[in-house]
Design a protein around this ligand. Structure first.
Ligand code: FMN
Length: 294
């Protein structure tokens, strides 16, 4: 285990460890304007949702480590407290990356990266037409976190208006997560995608309170075959299930018959079978198999 004290490290090393660890990070693609109305568009992955009532997004344009100057986006929101936050999907990933070039102040990255300006309804900065989700925001607070290069500046942006492309909505006009192809940033040059082929669902913890690991029968909790993820599915039931006399299963019967002379092996086989069932999301069946071994 490598153990590091942050005060012993250079800011670039801290940044490197943190950007690889705190990942993947969603990307705030921020459109802002200066006092003269010049448009700026830049991506920020120090970004997230921090409140839904009021709806508040926060992103952080940091002071440049190189020369301790501040980003044009930050200058702009200090002058005109409005921002459009556009969400980045795979289709616009390379164009988004291009906007992060350090173009001189006043250069419009919409033009540099081939994006189309779309008029917002309540704020002055334009939206990115090619983005499937856009949030018109007013900047409610800016919190500097330091004065040295690398110091973040939290920009708290309250969402006033939201725009969602029809192509990502279901018939109830809610977002269909499988229809998005979101991208997020990791460490170095790494990115990741969240689309129908990579996302998965995890059932919310039981509303009636899961029994927890400490209430699992010892032989299950100490299983050589079940991982923490698998035990957590078992521990999410509100009470230990009863043996169901109507539960029939050929594989269970075979294991019991075949290993009747070797209880240890029988337990191993039952645990391995329960593991397979848990990985198919069949928690109730897995419990029935395991109950045959306790
Ligand atoms: C995906 C991505 C995420 C980024 N995230 C941040 C960030 O969170 N904070 C930051 O200061 N710079 C970040 N950058 C770098 C800025 O986008 C870059 O410095 C940009 O040129 C700033 O533009 P501006 O000076 O016009 O505002 C990121 C770049 C990319 C490509």
């Amino acid at each position: 285990m490598l153990t590091l004290k942050t005060s012993d490290l250079a800011p670039t090393d801290i940044q490197n460890y943190l950007q690889h660890s705190i990942a993947p990070r969603p990307i705030c693609f921020a459109s802002t304007i200066d006092k003269e109305g010049n448009v700026n568009l830049s991506p920020y992955s120090f970004f997230n949702l921090f409140s839904s009532n009021p709806p508040v997004l926060v992103f952080s344009p940091a002071r440049r480590v190189r020369d301790n100057t501040i980003k044009h986006t930050l200058e702009n929101v200090m002058d005109v407290s409005e921002v459009v936050i556009n969400i980045v999907d795979y289709n616009i990933l390379q164009q988004m990356s291009l906007t992060s070039c350090e173009y001189p102040k006043g250069v419009n990255e919409f033009e540099k990266a081939g994006f189309t300006e779309q008029k917002a309804t309540l704020v002055q900065p334009p939206m990115v037409k090619e983005s499937k989700i856009k949030f018109e925001c007013k900047v409610i607070q800016i919190i500097p976190l330091g004065t040295e290069g690398g110091a973040g500046n939290l920009v708290l942006a309250e969402i006033l208006m939201m725009h969602f492309d029809d192509s990502i909505l279901n018939p109830e006009k809610k977002i269909d997560q499988t229809k998005l192809d979101l991208v997020a940033r990791l460490g170095g040059n790494w990115y990741t995608r969240a689309n129908a082929s990579t996302i998965f669902e995890v059932e919310k913890p039981n509303m009636k309170l899961g029994i927890g690991f400490d209430s699992l029968p010892l032989s299950i909790k100490q299983s050589k075959f079940l991982t923490g993820n698998e035990l957590a599915q078992l521990a999410n039931v509100s009470e230990i299930p009863q043996i169901d006399p109507t539960f029939t299963n050929d594989k269970l019967k075979n294991i019991i018959q075949y290993y009747s002379v070797s209880p240890d092996e029988m337990e191993s086989e039952l645990h391995k079978y329960a593991k397979d069932l848990l990985n198919e999301g069949k928690v109730a069946e897995a419990w029935q198999i395991l109950l045959a071994s306790v």
